[in-house]
Design a protein around this ligand. Structure first.
Ligand SMILES: *Cc1c(COP(=O)(O)O)cnc(C)c1O
Length: 379
């Protein structure tokens, strides 16, 4: 693998991570739901005003729990954007549910709410709203379609923790929201996630699913004398060591988000005139959306121009990456009937998007180098 002077991502540390991990060891509880897990739950519940937060081993696993909680089964359907991460849909297909791919809006790159209603059928069990780059989907419209057809909306909020839609926290608008604490996200513990449960009637089942299909949580609260197998489930709770690491990051949220806001604004401030001259698109954030500054992307004229920019940056030791090959045209997507013409915007954006290095520990000098290198590129 090539070495880059400026990587796309580098994990950063808030400070107290190792001290908190040492404390978890000293406390003698390193399995799930210990002191630090409870502290993370409290922090998320209080800062977001969410009914129940449950740490999970990944966002993927929180999505798998969402598939259970929305009763997605074989022969059912889930509506997902084609321009999305693999597990936004895999969590549902794992249960035999058929994906119905919808296209995204060309401005925010989010699930196009105007296309969703005509994709709803008798079999639709869930709509997955992925807030791309942490910029909210048009939730009022999506929730309205969901309400009229009795279909719950699941928020894949992996990018969107502490982002808002019309003043409301992302992840708290659908029946459930899912978070990721993977190394590439704003807050991390290496691998990790959370399920935000907004519909109180789903809370107890969520606890059971996460605890291997048992009512262990009720047992720990002293509500039953013995715990036993009561439902399906798996082992979706992380070690308290990971929660200790994560708590250090979540406690530093003001600093981390402040730094990320500064990085994002500098990219936009110093690339806007260049983008206009070269004909490159920059991220669009509607006025009613407050983004949590997860990423900064460019929309090049076409795939060939993107290749030229990647090479140009690589020659200067800078790694820029792109993602989300349209799901409907993937090998699996085609098996589910994905067709060439189905989601033209997803296909188009996927071929032209490029993400610039963006991480909490990106230094001013490094960012200055990235900006200078991009500005040198004339198309
Ligand atoms: C990162 C990501 C996931 C998966 O997160 P994991 O914690 O790695 O499972 C899911 N959806 C989106 C949109 C993501 O960006």
């Amino acid at each position: 693998m090539k070495r880059y002077r400026i990587p796309f991502n580098r994990p950063s540390f808030a400070g107290p991570e190792t001290r908190y991990i040492a404390e978890a060891i000293e406390r003698g509880h390193i399995s799930g739901d210990g002191h630090f897990t409870r502290a993370c739950h409290r922090l998320l519940e209080e800062s977001l005003g969410v009914h129940k937060a449950l740490l999970t081993t990944s966002c993927t696993h929180a999505l798998e729990m969402s598939a259970f909680l929305t009763n997605c089964g074989p022969d059912d359907e889930v509506i997902v954007p084609s321009f999305a991460f693999v597990t936004s849909v895999l969590a549902f297909t794992l249960r035999g549910t058929r994906p119905v791919f919808a296209d995204v809006r060309p401005d925010t790159l989010n699930l196009d709410e105007r296309q969703v209603e005509r994709l709803v059928t008798r079999r639709t069990k869930a709509i997955v709203a992925l807030h791309y780059a942490g910029v909210a989907c048009e939730m009022d419209a999506l929730l309205d379609v969901g309400r009229r057809h009795g279909v719950p909306v699941v928020e894949d909020n992996a990018h969107g923790l502490f982002g808002r839609y019309k003043g409301r926290w992302l992840g708290t608008l659908g029946v459930v929201g899912t978070q990721s604490f993977h190394e590439t996200k704003n807050f991390t513990c290496g691998e990790g996630g959370a399920l935000l449960v907004n519909d109180p009637s789903l809370a107890e089942r969520a606890e059971i699913l996460r605890e291997k299909g048992t009512n262990r949580s009720r047992f720990l609260r002293g509500l039953v004398h013995k715990y036993t197998w009561v439902d399906q489930g798996s082992s979706w709770l992380p070690s308290d060591l990971l929660a200790a690491f994560l708590l250090a990051q979540l406690e530093a949220r003001a600093t981390i988000q402040g730094r990320r806001a500064a990085i994002w604004r500098r990219y936009r401030g110093e690339l806007t005139d260049w983008a206009a001259e070269v004909g490159v698109g920059l991220p669009f954030v509607p006025a009613h959306c407050e983004q949590p500054y997860h990423m900064f992307y460019l929309l090049l004229a076409d795939g060939a121009q993107r290749e030229r920019l990647i090479t140009h940056l690589e020659e200067r030791g800078i790694l820029a990456v792109f993602h989300y090959l349209p799901l409907h045209l993937s090998d699996m997507g085609r098996k589910y009937g994905g067709r060439e013409e189905q989601c033209p915007v997803s296909q188009d954006v996927s071929a032209r998007i490029l993400r610039l290095p963006f991480f909490n520990a990106l230094t001013d000098d490094e960012q200055g180098d990235v900006i200078a290198a991009v500005r040198e590129f004339r198309g």
